[in-house]
Ligand binder design. Structure first.
Ligand code: ADP
Ligand code: MG
Length: 601
């Protein structure tokens, strides 16, 4: 292809203005020539014969008149087997390899192949010469870790093709030709296991998008029970600095019932991403017993990298997630923190001298955020299988004020809101999701009538607590005080969860339903206590036993022993047997057809 050239006519931080004569496209990749180096950049505005480009590297040394080479190609990522387990920067440079070759102080203008030719896979063909295929059709498969990776017709090959030749089953390099196809006009195209896709375009090689209805079990009790997430749905975690957003995402990436996790880390602090990189490879996947990295991809940027790289990393992450969805897998994309990305947008918008919106964010902030979350979804693929991308993004508003544009724009599009509270994290009530302020539009594993009942209890408990701050414990009636104690009990034994206890760290859906019912029985019992002190003493004892119960392996002998002990205490204090409480519970919540989450399991 004839290449277009232009020259630098202006430099403003990470943005350069380029004069050119030929054609250029929005989001086209261009390289700025600085001495021997070529710095990657992306066209972000075109006006007549002048274009603005964001440069993904430090722009130091760029001068007026420097040559700019337009590639004619959109900013894209390489898709193929071998992505799992990798750590990339926003431009899909493999970071460990980059560090190995060039040291930790990343050199400018060095771009490495994310899927180098020497990478080999055992390929099994799925089609034969003469077969007709279209975009995303499966040409064959290779094993990638514990998954079957589908080698597909590139998603940008629209129309119908005939297989001309196909390699036999065997081991091949990812860039070797494995098939040759011919289009309707007889043009031949060679295919390898790798192809590219532009990151800013959602991958749409599926038959149908479906409404997300199936719960995504995170095994974090407060999430699944009170503010559930759906497979293919979206959620956000806004919270002040240090409230536990990053830790919560790490817990989720480890325990959530999904196949693959893609993490895009736009660091709050420079050290934070390094921590993630150091800790993550050591984490063990509770399902396979192997390294968690084998089903994880990390895209990472620190706050010291150019802002444009943050923008790229968010899109790179979601594109890789969509690619694995095409394998019929359930993928979870965790973006931490989207505020950093929004700040990058604000910075670029300022340089472009666009008319600013609220708090100087660009007026299109809302539509860009919506466009990102809309890439989540459950899809039915051409072969009838299903895949999903779920997106969870953290938001870190300054001072924890949720009334700012990034949080508000995000809240308009997501299906669940997990608001972290400074008050709860200060009290070390982890995970610090606020049970009353947070919400979800999705169905979780526990019956909604039951969770609504608990919400009312929490609400009343909170009212009593507020009142007690004024009138003191002595001025609070025994009846009110017991409501307060019960809500505190629920908080400490259910909403709070010990991320460091091997058993308590993750609670299956089945166990959540079971334990939630046990709690309801404890809540509806009438305790015969004479005063506030006695009530507090009893609930404290009960709490201790319950916390022990949380640490017991599900349905183990000890689990049942402690359960017996709990009911013995409840019966002794209330006079109601476990059976009586069971019956009352059934009267309060008559059995209904199972929720969709139950049918799935
Ligand atoms: P944020 O990302 O919101 O700034 P972090 O996730 O980095 O906050 O959490 C800050 C600190 O709070 C952690 O280093 C840890 O000490 C503590 N913390 C957060 N969540 C938990 C948790 N679930 N269990 C125990 N400690 C936690
Ligand atoms: Mg964080």
């Amino acid at each position: 292809m004839e290449r277009n050239f232009g020259e630098v006519v202006g430099i403003n931080g990470n943005m350069i203005s380029v004069g050119f004569n030929g054609n250029t496209l929005m989001n086209e990749v261009a390289y700025v020539h600085v001495g021997e180096k070529k710095l990657k950049s992306e066209v972000i505005r075109i006006r007549g014969e002048r274009a603005e480009l964001q440069v993904f590297d430090n722009t130091r040394g760029i001068g007026i008149g420097d040559k700019v080479e337009f590639t004619g190609e959109l900013l894209a990522v390489a898709l193929g087997p071998g992505l799992l387990g990798q750590i990339f920067d926003g431009l899909q440079n493999p970071l460990p390899e980059l560090a190995r070759q060039h040291g930790f102080f990343l050199e400018r203008g060095v771009y490495l192949d994310p899927l180098p030719a020497q990478l080999q896979f055992e390929f099994t063909p799925a089609v034969k010469p003469g077969d007709t295929v279209g975009r995303a059709a499966v040409l064959g498969t290779v094993p990638e870790g514990i998954f079957t990776h589908r080698i597909m017709v590139p998603f940008n090959l629209y129309g119908s093709y005939t297989i001309e030749s196909m390699v036999p089953k065997g081991t091949y390099g990812v860039r070797d030709t494995i098939a040759e196809i011919k289009d309707e006009h007889g043009k031949r195209i060679e295919l390898s296991m790798v192809f590219e896709w532009p990151v800013k375009r959602p991958i749409d090689a599926y038959t149908e998008r479906l409404k997300p209805t199936e719960s995504l079990i995170t095994k974090v009790r407060i999430v699944d029970t009170l503010v559930p997430v759906a497979r293919g749905g979206t959620y956000c975690i806004p919270g002040p600095f240090g409230a536990g957003k990053t830790v919560l995402q790490q817990i989720t990436s480890r325990h959530a019932e999904v196949d693959i996790v893609v993490i895009t880390a736009c660091g709050e602090r420079a050290g934070e991403v390094v921590e993630t990189l150091r800790e993550f490879p050591e984490l063990v996947d509770p399902r396979t017993g192997k390294s968690l990295m084998e089903r994880t991809i990390i895209i990472c940027n620190t706050s010291s990298m150019p802002v444009a790289a943050r923008d790229a990393s968010v899109y790179t992450g979601v594109t890789l997630a969509e690619y694995y969805r095409q394998m019929g897998l359930n993928v979870l994309l965790l973006a931490d923190s989207t505020s950093r990305w929004a700040q990058a947008m604000r910075e670029m918008s300022g340089r472009l001298e666009e008319i600013p919106g609220e708090e100087a964010f660009p007026a299109y902030l809302e539509s860009v955020i919506a466009g990102f979350y809309e890439r989540a979804g459950v899809v039915r693929l051409h072969d009838g299988t299903y895949g999903s991308v779920t997106i969870g993004g953290t938001v870190s508003p300054a001072g924890g004020n949720f009334e700012e544009p990034v949080t508000q724009s995000t809240l308009k599009v997501v299906g669940a809101f997990h608001g972290l509270s400074r008050e709860r994290s200060d009290a070390r009530r982890y995970p610090a999701i606020h049970p009353l302020d947070s919400w979800s539009k999705y169905q979780g594993p526990v019956n909604r009538e039951k969770t609504e009942w608990i919400r009312r209890l929490l609400f009343r408990g909170n009212e009593v607590n507020q009142m007690m701050k004024v009138v003191g414990e002595e001025g609070t009636s025994l009846e009110d005080y017991i409501i307060y104690l019960k809500s505190e009990f629920f908080d400490s034994v259910y909403l709070q969860q010990n991320a460091f206890d091997p058993v308590d760290a993750s609670t299956s859906a089945e166990r959540q339903r079971y334990v939630f019912d046990a709690i309801l029985k404890i809540m509806i019992a009438d305790y015969k206590v004479n005063n506030n002190d006695e009530a507090r003493g009893f609930m404290n004892q009960l709490r201790q036993v319950f916390l022990d119960w949380n640490g017991m392996e599900w349905k183990s002998e000890k689990f049942h022993t402690i359960e017996g002990e709990l009911y013995r205490m409840v019966t002794e204090k209330s006079g109601s047997s476990a059976q009586e409480l069971d019956e009352r519970l059934r009267e309060m919540f008559p059995a209904k057809p199972a929720a969709s989450a139950l049918q799935q399991e």
